[in-house]
Design a protein around this ligand. Structure first.
Ligand code: GAR
Length: 208
């Protein structure tokens, strides 16, 4: 059974999707054993508490640099014997120490079809504002492995939705969450825990 830590910063609807999938028995060979937030006020911590999963808080205020926070995070992950790190709306900068310690073992969910509308500064609602301003007719979500380069690691799963004429960023965000993110993330986590994801350069082969 692989031990999973979920990193969060805000509302935690993706965390909730993972917890719900776990309670339905859909995370095969994996267990969420920790939720770690950089924001002590994150509602995601409440969700963890309700599900009986221990929550931990590591804030930038506690550490002078992003590197110091990252080292503390890696120490906590290792102390908990974590084998998979899931970034589910985790909005703080981390440094190479995390990617080195967890190569091909960190999964992120991003609310667009990478390589569109991603990269430094492109997160949360901004992603959907940019997609609407550009006038795309489809958008969606991507689950990918995390590497040093922001939003550029090998893609695991993607799913599309239509962009509708009267969409606001909030409406499009909700549609992408409901129809893409909350389905893709538990699926990718379960595949990882069953050792069904094989990284070959930029490509991820999914074993049947
Ligand atoms: C989600 O839409 C997630 O894809 C996005 O932040 C939101 C977090 O919501 N992540 C990024 O933009 C990462 N670049 P949640 O806290 O309700 O899961």
């Amino acid at each position: 059974m692989k031990k999973i830590a979920v990193l969060v910063s805000g509302g935690g609807t993706n965390l909730q999707a993972l917890l719900d999938a776990q309670s339905r028995g859909e995370i095969l060979n994996g267990e969420i054993v920790a939720v770690i937030s950089n924001n002590p006020e994150a509602y995601a911590l409440e969700r963890a508490k309700k599900a009986g999963v221990p929550g931990y808080v590591l804030t930038r205020e506690q550490y002078p640099t992003a590197r110091d926070l990252t080292v503390a995070l890696v120490n906590k992950l290792q102390e908990l014997d974590i084998q998979l790190v899931v970034m589910a709306g985790f909005m703080t900068i981390v440094t190479e120490e995390l990617f080195q310690s967890y190569a091909n073992a960190i999964i992120n969910i991003h609310p667009s079809l990478i390589p569109s509308f991603c990269g430094p500064g492109c997160f949360g609602l901004h992603v959907h504002e940019k997609a609407l301003a550009y006038g795309v007719k489809v958008s969606g979500a991507t689950v990918h492995f995390v590497t040093q380069e922001c939003d550029a690691g090998p893609i695991i799963l993607q799913k599309t939705v239509e962009v509708l004429p009267d969409d606001t960023p909030e409406v499009l965000q909700r549609r992408i969450m409901e129809t893409c993110e909350w389905k893709l993330l538990p699926k990718a986590v379960s595949l990882f825990c069953q050792d069904k994801l094989v990284v070959e350069g930029r490509n991820v082969r999914i074993l049947q």
